[in-house]
Design a protein around this ligand. Structure first.
Ligand SMILES: NC(=O)C1=CN([C@@H]2O[C@H](COP(=O)(O)OP(=O)(O)OC[C@H]3O[C@@H](n4cnc5c(N)ncnc54)[C@H](OP(=O)(O)O)[C@@H]3O)[C@@H](O)[C@H]2O)C=CC1
Ligand SMILES: O=C(O)[C@@H]1CCC=N1
Length: 279
């Protein structure tokens, strides 16, 4: 099966991509690459459960291989397993990697140094923090290349990740903060959405109506932030009429220290990412 696939030549700059671990994030990037026009000549995945492998073949019509075969096939190998499974997976595939294969890791809290320690000397490695809106091509992926990466390696990863949204490069020292802000960020927004929907229901709105109001309001507010480039404080002031409803709501949020709670929550996520890198 591996030989059969390898006869086909990828026309993409990032070459043949092997995604190891097709769960939430790996599956999302896979779907994004396929939407962007890649096909079986360009992408394979690995799965450890036969039923998941069958599902991936059925859904996407692509090759599902074992980890070692997929890693040997790929020009770029994307690591999308849970942080605790990364080291074992890298040790497993390390002997099969061809010289020059680019390893791209999505794992939270896994440093470049830790990744390199399980890979052949000199392997180019890129640490990335993506997020789940990649599922709708609105992802935010933030990458940090290792010192063994040449510009073409970074361009390869940028091309790969831009299939599902924006891509930014930062020094690795920022990755724990990035993880806390944009990696975990969608969860904070969904948390706020849940609270707003429940509030609408409490006030007597049908659940479907409340949901529609909240989703469109979040979408509209995010679009305003992006399209106007205006600071959120100013946009908030524009909604807040003197003596009006918004001022009453914001006063309660301030009294309940909600802004401070958000800051502390994001600090906690950053600390957790730092802890993961020490395990
Ligand atoms: N979810 C998110 O919002 C984000 C996640 N990340 C990072 O992405 C990575 C993946 O997270 P997520 O997608 O949420 O996790 P999931 O648990 O959804 O996906 C992990 C996948 O890896 C598979 N897997 C585990 N071990 C192996 C193995 N040895 N060989 C092959 N496949 C294996 C699992 O298989 P099985 O189905 O059998 O369990 C599962 O399908 C993590 O490192 C996380 O830190 C980064 C940014 C955002
Ligand atoms: O919760 C986590 O650990 C992962 C990393 C960022 C988003 N999800």
């Amino acid at each position: 099966m591996v030989e059969q696939v390898s006869e086909q030549v990828s026309e993409q700059a990032s070459g043949r991509v092997a995604i190891l671990g097709a769960g939430n994030m790996g599956g999302t990037i896979l779907a994004g690459l396929l939407r962007a026009g890649r096909g079986p000549a360009d992408v394979v995945v690995s799965a450890r459960r036969p039923e998941r492998a069958a599902e991936l073949r059925r859904q996407h019509g692509i090759e599902v291989l074992d980890n070692v075969s997929a890693a040997a096939w790929g020009d770029t190998v994307l690591i999308a397993v849970k942080p605790r499974d990364v080291s074992g997976l890298l040790k497993e595939i390390s002997p099969a990697l061809r010289p020059g294969t680019l390893v791209v890791s999505l794992a939270a809290g896994q440093t470049i140094a830790a990744l390199e320690s399980d890979l052949p000397e000199g392997t180019p490695v890129i640490r990335v923090m993506p997020n789940t809106p990649s599922l709708v091509d609105q992802g935010m992926s933030v990458l940090s290349p290792s010192e063994h990466c040449r510009p073409e390696h970074t361009e390869r990863a940028q091309e790969l990740l831009s299939a599902t949204g924006k891509v930014l490069q930062v020094p690795e020292a920022y990755q724990d903060a990035v993880t806390a802000v944009s990696g975990s960020g969608p969860a904070y927004v969904f948390y706020v959405a849940e609270a707003m929907i429940e509030a609408g229901v409490l006030l007597g709105l049908p659940r479907t109506t409340s949901t529609e109001l909240v989703v469109q309001t979040l979408f509209g507010a995010a679009t305003m932030l992006r399209q106007t480039g205006t600071h959120p404080s100013i946009l908030r002031e524009q909604v807040t009429s003197p003596g009006g409803t918004t001022a009453a709501a914001l006063r309660l949020l301030d009294d309940q220290r909600v802004r401070g709670a958000f800051v502390s929550a994001i600090e906690a996520a950053c600390q957790r990412s730092e802890q993961l890198s020490k395990n």
